[in-house]
Design a protein around this ligand. Structure first.
Ligand code: NI
Length: 432
């Protein structure tokens, strides 16, 4: 079946709509894909609740993970073939890290992380080094191989060139998710010329640089990312569904803490609610489990839990108005009181949601997280940071944009009887 050098006797391929084909020559990669922990990614959507806004966005983390692997494989095996910069061990290390970089994502990670303070990166590490099928496959390469793969994903691995292929401001992860998310949502903003970018990549000592002749392709990539964030990832309707999902989790936990008797015991949630989640419990979670509970909780006696679940499943979402936390906190306090008096619990039905993104930045000492700059290789051999050469990138460099919205159930407010003293007041304050 396999050769002694760890290669499959015949190359395998996966058909992929973004990269056409994903090629596998290494036995370890083929076996990693077959593990239960990796197959689980088929049951976790790449974009969480975005399918509620863009109905095509049903693609999974499985698709994306294979895509990131394929981009890294092409960089190593095709783009840099004439100038090999990695030995066979580090080549395999890069491929495994690319394939496994999102392994620890759970169902609707974004909301779960917010409510229960999970960290998917910690789970990725734990699955790789823990007692799992993935770990036993990686150990076939060497006893310390799982640890090295975990280090590359955690960005602590000693060879920074290896790390920068998987995570930097222009890496295989970002290139795949932009192209893939654009493809599946059907929006064109995410598209950019990846083939051109791959052609102008050059390995340097500790990072990848880009020949300056390819600068416009890199600019286009930065703009794609910027536009995808605001048009797709932070879409206000998607955020509304996320707000509701978050509140369902809050409500279920609250009821559990109050010893509420559920018609269907939330067995898969018990260890989460009790803060005793083990790796074994975690890898059992997927979106089908979550949907099962939302489905049955629609019929729970608790009015808040059943209402929120119905809203989520039937896309009866909260409406929103713009909100400025620096000026409107008084308004928020007033609304909370009015909601309470009207019999609508503001803890579940009045929610401020904030989204924030920094499109591109170069390293500034002492500011936020360190970001590796994107560097251009000039014709005279000089290395120049991208925003010093590109006016377009300079215009958005280091500029964090934040957006706040106030979410509320407009239908519920409209349904209040006209005689209700608070109804008009609430509508006035919200400006609806
Ligand atoms: Ni990823």
């Amino acid at each position: 079946m396999t050769n002694s050098n760890g290669k499959l006797s015949e190359e395998k391929v996966f058909k992929d709509p973004v990269h056409s084909y994903v090629h596998v020559q290494d036995r370890v990669i083929w076996e990693l894909v077959a593990t239960s922990e990796f197959q689980r990614l088929r049951r976790i959507r790449q974009l969480g609740t975005t399918y509620i806004t863009f109905h095509g966005a049903e693609h999974s983390r499985f698709n994306h993970s294979l895509g990131v692997y394929e981009i890294v494989r092409r960089i190593i095996d095709d783009v840099f073939r004439e100038k090999p910069f990695l030995n066979e061990d580090e080549r395999l290390l890069c491929l495994c890290a690319a394939l496994l970089h999102d392994l620890g994502h759970g169902p609707f990670s974004h909301s779960f992380e917010k409510v229960f303070h999970f960290d998917h990166e910690e789970f990725t590490q734990a699955i790789i080094v823990g007692d799992t099928e993935v770990n036993s496959v990686l150990k076939q390469v060497g006893n310390d191989f799982p640890k090295k793969v975990a280090e590359v994903i955690a960005k602590t691995y000693k060879n920074k060139l290896v790390v920068s292929l998987i995570s930097s401001q222009i890496d295989a992860d970002r290139m795949d998710y932009l192209l893939r998310d654009a493809y599946y949502t059907g929006v064109s903003y995410g598209n950019f010329d990846m083939e051109r970018i791959l052609r102008v990549m050059r390995p340097q000592e500790d990072q990848v640089v880009f020949k300056s002749s390819g600068m416009h392709a890199v600019e286009d990539y930065i703009m794609s990312r910027y536009q995808m964030y605001w048009q797709v990832y932070f879409h206000p309707v998607t955020r509304s569904s996320e707000v509701i999902l978050t509140k369902i989790l809050h409500r279920a936990k609250q009821l559990y803490k109050e010893n509420y008797s559920f018609q269907t015991e939330p067995v898969h949630f018990v260890s989460i609610f009790e803060d005793k989640l083990t790796l074994k419990d975690y890898v059992k979670l997927d979106e089908s489990i979550i949907f099962f509970y939302f489905q049955v909780w629609q019929d729970e006696d608790d009015a808040i839990l059943s209402d929120l679940c119905r809203r989520f499943l039937n896309r009866n979402l909260f409406k929103y108005v713009e909100f400025d936390p620096s000026e409107q906190m008084m308004k928020m306090m007033e609304l909370r009181t009015l909601f309470e008096e009207a019999g609508i619990d503001p803890n579940y039905y009045l929610v401020v949601d904030s989204s924030s993104d920094l499109p591109y930045d170069f390293y500034r000492p002492g500011e936020e997280e360190e970001r590796l700059p994107i560097n251009l290789l000039m014709p005279n051999g000089e290395i120049r940071e991208l925003s010093r050469q590109s006016e377009i990138v300079d215009a958005i460099s280091g500029k964090r944009r934040t957006d706040h919205k106030l979410y509320f159930p407009q239908d519920m407010i409209e349904k209040l009887p006209d005689a209700n003293n608070e109804k008009q007041k609430i509508k006035e304050v919200l400006g609806i």
